[in-house]
Design a protein around this ligand. Structure first.
Ligand SMILES: [Zn+2]
Ligand SMILES: [Zn+2]
Length: 338
């Protein structure tokens, strides 16, 4: 133990501790079980399921499973060792309980779920460290990369000759939202804002003054998939990055950046920062196309970073503005909080 720890060995030890807990429960006399014992069993099952799933999914994203498994970066080792100690403590408590009998402590269920969350985030961060070390600084976060991969699904399918029907589109949209939920969580931020906090980099993306996060793009609302000949794209283009939201007090509607578009383009915050910067997906797409050498103008800088969601939105509106002009009303003075 210690010097030769790696992501793989520590995760295996944690999995063994969870399995010990499961075994203790399964060997106890189920005739005396109540709701709490059953919930404890479910909680342990779900930790192990998620840990396994994370391990299987994250490995291939970071240059192959073995790189992730054998990684021994200091921060990842520290985090996983701390979590292992917590699982050890939980298993010890379960052992004591099985010896002394009586009802189980119902607070252990909550403890187990919070350990599940810690373990999930530790795996995300460990994978991200492998992911970023292979690239240059200031790049897209692994969480962003995962969402972007989902957004490429229609293009991938099209190349493979798959013609999407309405159900396929519905699945694309659902998968995109699910990918966002898998890489982080939305939460209220202050009185009026909503933030997305990434599990991988801890970066926050903040949408100011909105009541709820819209779950569909404005373009999809206007032209539902299947009703037009034009294929729907999930990758940001000049007409599909917006979503219609209600301001916090419900006084006016405004166009905001559709959450998955921002999430798929965020950068790991630099040390000490909490807010994630963003890349412009439209500039990036243009940067990937062959450039016209006679073009003197240089309006597109694929490497430009934007400090927050708001400044990326301003850039999108001014630099890539097209048929869909922002409908943000500037008359904020009738807002109920003012
Ligand atoms: Zn991130
Ligand atoms: Zn741009």
């Amino acid at each position: 133990m210690g010097v030769l720890d790696s992501v793989g060995t520590l995760l295996a030890e944690i999995a063994n501790l969870i399995a010990d807990g499961q075994r203790i429960l399964s060997l106890s006399d189920k005739r005396h079980w109540g709701q709490d014992e059953r919930e404890q069993e479910r909680a342990l099952d779900s930790v192990l399921d998620e840990a396994r799933k994370d391990f299987q999914e994250l490995g291939p994203l970071v240059n192959g499973r073995s790189q992730y498994e054998h990684d021994r970066r200091h921060d990842s080792m520290e985090e996983l060792r701390a979590i292992r100690a917590k699982f050890q403590a939980l298993t010890d408590k379960l052992k004591d309980w099985s010896r002394s009998g009586g009802p189980i402590d119902p607070t252990w269920v909550r403890e187990t779920y919070s350990l599940k969350r810690e373990l999930h985030r530790a795996q995300c961060r460990a994978a991200m460290r492998v992911f970023t070390s292979a690239r240059e600084a200031s790049q897209r976060c692994l969480g962003a990369f995962i969402v972007q991969r989902k957004q490429r699904a229609p293009t991938r399918d099209a190349k493979a000759g798959i013609k999407p029907d309405e159900n396929t589109y519905r699945r694309y949209f659902a998968d995109e939202l699910l990918a966002c939920k898998n890489v982080g969580a939305f939460q209220r931020f202050g009185d009026q804002d909503i933030a997305f906090v990434c599990d991988f980099c801890d970066g926050h993306l903040v949408w100011e003054d909105i009541e709820r996060m819209p779950t569909v793009r404005s373009s999809t609302q206007a032209v539902p998939p299947g009703s037009s000949d034009k294929p729907v794209s999930l990758l940001a283009n000049d007409s599909n990055w917006q979503a219609l939201a209600l301001s916090n007090c419900g006084q006016h509607q405004k166009q905001i950046i559709f959450a998955p578009v921002a999430i798929a383009n965020h950068i790991i915050p630099t040390h000490g920062d909490w807010e994630a910067k963003l890349l412009c997906p439209l500039c990036e797409a243009i940067g990937e196309q062959p450039q016209d050498e006679d073009d003197d103008e240089e309006p597109y800088r694929p490497d430009e970073e934007f400090d927050d969601v708001k400044s990326l939105q301003e850039h999108l509106e001014w630099q890539h503005g097209s048929s869909t002009l922002p409908t943000t009303t500037t008359a904020d003075n009738n807002c109920c909080v003012m």
